[in-house]
Design a protein around this ligand. Structure first.
Ligand code: TXA
Ligand code: MG
Length: 359
């Protein structure tokens, strides 16, 4: 019932699987596809019936707007009232890539269900051959949230998509695991400032190489960012509407641990010992540097602490694994909030329900 099209990583718009998937999108169907960040669940952004299908398949709150994916820069003019100078500079620098720009929507260009009634639309050009081929072949703007059931971690493989949505969608284009692993950065330009509404695949430091003023709460050391500050992030910062929802929470109780590496390791070892004695099924998400120190039922690596992009790539699969393994007590070493570490930290803090221990 749900098609599974395996395509080569560098697939083009003539691929038979892509052509079939594009035909289904044009017919109002729902097709999941890989992007460089996570798998998206795509539908024709102009069709209210198709877009309603996305909300239904995911169980997504209807006041959370969808990002519209494009394959060509000219589509910005079809979707929006035009992009300001700073937004255009960002497109030049980061498209195709993991950056979503919130722009004034052109009335009638997309279904009002896409924008959830806002006067703006989030637009992004993904940096993945399969995504670009599918959007080009479909010949329409493609609305696509992450292809998970609402409340589950975003999918970074076609298997994750099928675990959540098999039988509920027309198919999934499978080009293997995604590269970045966390979602795009969502930004809006206002009053000459670039506001980061959601941290993601493009870091604040990267944005600052292109535009002068970037406001990104607790992103990068340049902001004095720290895990503790991020966990206590005040709510006055502008946010993407989706940021207010309860996010994925693992079945086990997750706590983030931050501090001096040796004290962190000692604290985690002691907590694991206590939890085991209390009959918990324990899980740890740790950097390679500490992996061998922990005696838990499930020990998962997020790569070297020196390479936060590895943690980004592995995060969502790890969270799914803890649930599959039935872990009831979870600890994770907090990443440094530098580079992609900031987006990883943002997602982990949500998954932990803001439980962060400073040791
Ligand atoms: O990397 C990504 O962005 C992935 C892939 C599939 O492209 N998509 C994704 O979509 O993460 P989703 O729906 O899971 O998250 C979209 C975020 C939400 O937080 C939503 O509130 C925000 O973007 N957003 C969308 N349109 C917006 C708008 N007009 N104004 C402000 N925020 C918006
Ligand atoms: Mg999502």
């Amino acid at each position: 019932m749900t098609n599974h099209w395996k395509v080569p990583p560098a697939v083009g718009p003539e691929d038979p699987g892509i052509l079939e998937a594009a035909r289904l999108i044009r017919a109002g169907g729902l097709v999941a596809f890989p992007t460089e960040t996570v798998y998206g669940l795509g539908a024709d952004a102009r069709s209210t019936a198709a877009v309603e299908g996305i909300f239904e398949a995911k169980g997504r709150p209807s006041d959370n707007p969808l990002i519209v994916h494009i394959a060509q820069r000219e589509q910005v003019d079809e979707l929006t009232e035009g992009a300001d100078e700073l937004s255009r500079r960002l497109m030049d620098a980061f498209w195709p890539g993991p950056l979503t720009l919130v722009l004034p929507v052109k009335p009638g260009a997309v279904s009002p269900r896409v924008t959830a009634g806002l006067a703006t639309v989030g637009v992004r050009m993904p940096d993945h051959p399969a995504a670009l081929a599918l959007i080009a072949a479909a010949g329409c703007p493609v609305a696509a949230p992450s292809a998970n059931r609402s409340g589950r971690p975003s999918p970074t493989t076609a298997e994750h998509v099928l675990a959540d949505l098999a039988g509920r969608i027309a198919g999934v284009v499978d080009a293997g695991p995604t590269g970045v692993g966390v979602e795009s950065t969502v930004v809006e330009v206002a009053g000459g400032d670039v506001h980061v509404l959601r941290p993601g695949g493009v870091t604040a430091a990267q944005l600052r190489t292109v535009v002068p003023r970037v406001s990104a709460p607790h992103e990068d050391a340049a902001d004095g960012g720290s895990p503790a500050a991020a966990a206590e992030e005040p709510d006055h910062a502008p946010k993407a509407p989706g940021m207010k929802y309860t996010h994925y929470a693992p079945q086990g109780r997750l706590t983030l641990v931050d501090g001096d590496p040796e004290r962190t390791a000692a604290w985690i070892r002691e907590e694991l010992r206590r939890a085991k004695a209390a009959g918990e099924r324990t899980g740890v998400l740790a950097f390679d540097e500490h992996l061998a120190l922990y005696d838990a039922d499930v020990v998962l690596s997020c790569g070297s602490r020196e390479r936060p992009e590895e943690a980004a790539r592995r995060l969502y699969a790890a969270l799914r694994t803890f649930d599959e393994e039935g872990a009831t007590f979870l600890l994770a070493e907090a990443p440094d909030s530098q580079g992609l570490g900031s987006a990883v930290l943002n997602r982990l803090i949500k998954a932990a329900g803001h439980r962060l221990v400073q040791v």
